[in-house]
Design a protein around this ligand. Structure first.
Ligand code: COA
Ligand code: ZN
Length: 304
């Protein structure tokens, strides 16, 4: 039996948040169409919105409405949202979500720019969420794990291990290593994952790579080679943190699915359908399609 890899789609969160709002807000119906197509392609795991300040992220101000609709349409899917504080977690919980990603940055300066909090305040908020909502599954999204737009690349993997100690003590089960600005390289990925596996063998790891320097795929594959089975990507390679200058798109889901399916992994996702979903999104929404390799692949006749 082929090995399962959980491809976690984050386009409706990381992708849509990065579409500039000064032109116009993406209509909710368009977002829902993309989500429908993702699910129809076989996507079973999705971060589909954020419960954050609408002033910080105007594109996701419709989080409550989107949540109600997707929970109603797809009760069996593994659907979750990003939250930056207790209030976001409470709002998500009240609507029926039982899984969230709580975001904190390894970089002090990015944590301040992104969520206006010190490391101490972020830890406190995480502890509050755990205390107030004990049956909420809270994944810790560690933004800027590999480097920061203001502080540069991080060379010492023990810095990540040390930072996560308080979160381990507070009950963290799963941590998503996020390369917010696409600065990681495979050797660094290997060092960080290896240090974490050694320090915290019970901790489940996920990865989230941006493709800023074209290394999203190879970094993801490195993590998979080290035993990580949950990997994030965004349809059409859309994405980027509006509070990280120069940040660009995520590893594109259709590229990732193509590679994993060809390698014999079980993603549960049909390539032709996810490609069609990406093209539809490009045509209707993003205008920022970055999965250009895929067009060539689709037009190349398969010799198998
Ligand atoms: N959901 C919705 N609104 C929220 C909120 C939440 N989870 N938390 C706070 N707010 C609102 C407050 O009510 C307040 O609104 P008002 O100005 O109309 O009174 C406003 O946001 C500011 O609240 P405050 O607690 O003072 O927060 P802040 O200004 O220090 O901002 C965050 C902190 C976390 C709310 C904000 O920085 C944020 O939402 N960041 C998200 C960034 C993000 O999503 N980045 C990309 C993903 S990594
Ligand atoms: Zn991201």
């Amino acid at each position: 039996m082929s090995k399962k890899i959980e491809v976690i789609e984050v386009g409706p969160r990381d992708g849509f948040q990065s579409v500039k709002a000064d032109c116009s807000l993406i209509p909710m119906e368009e977002k829902l169409k993309v989500i429908d197509e993702l699910i129809a392609s076989g996507v079973q795991h999705m971060e589909f919105t954020s419960f954050v300040s609408p002033k910080a992220i105007p594109q996701l101000a419709d989080a409550a409405e989107v949540t109600k609709t997707v929970l109603d349409r797809y009760p069996q899917a593994d659907l979750f949202a990003l939250v930056p504080n207790l209030r976001g977690a409470q709002n998500a919980y009240a609507l029926g979500l039982r899984k969230v990603c709580y975001v904190v940055s390894l970089s002090k300066s990015h944590n301040k720019a992104n969520i206006n909090r010190t490391h101490e305040q972020s830890l406190q908020a995480y502890q509050e969420i755990r205390r107030e909502l004990p049956d909420l599954n809270v994944i810790v999204d560690l933004a800027t794990t590999f480097g920061c737009p203001f502080e540069g690349k991080y060379e010492d993997p023990d810095q990540v291990v040390a930072f996560l100690k308080d979160y381990m003590d507070a009950g963290m089960n799963t941590c998503c290593l996020c390369d917010t600005i696409g600065i990681a390289d495979p050797a660094q990925v290997r060092r960080v994952i290896s240090a974490l596996q050694k320090a915290y063998p019970s901790l489940e790891l996920m990865v989230h790579f941006h493709d800023t320097r074209g290394l999203g795929m190879v970094n993801t594959l490195t993590a998979i080679d080290m035993g990580v089975t949950k990997v994030q990507s965004a349809l059409g390679g859309l994405g980027g943190c509006p509070f990280a200058p120069g940040a660009s798109g995520n590893l594109s889901t259709e590229d990732l699915v193509w590679m994993l399916n060809e390698m014999g992994y079980d993603t549960g996702i049909t390539f032709s359908k996810i490609l069609a979903a990406a093209k539809h999104q490009v045509a209707e929404i993003s205008g920022q399609y970055s999965g250009h390799h895929i067009c060539i692949q689709q037009e190349t006749p398969c010799k198998k």
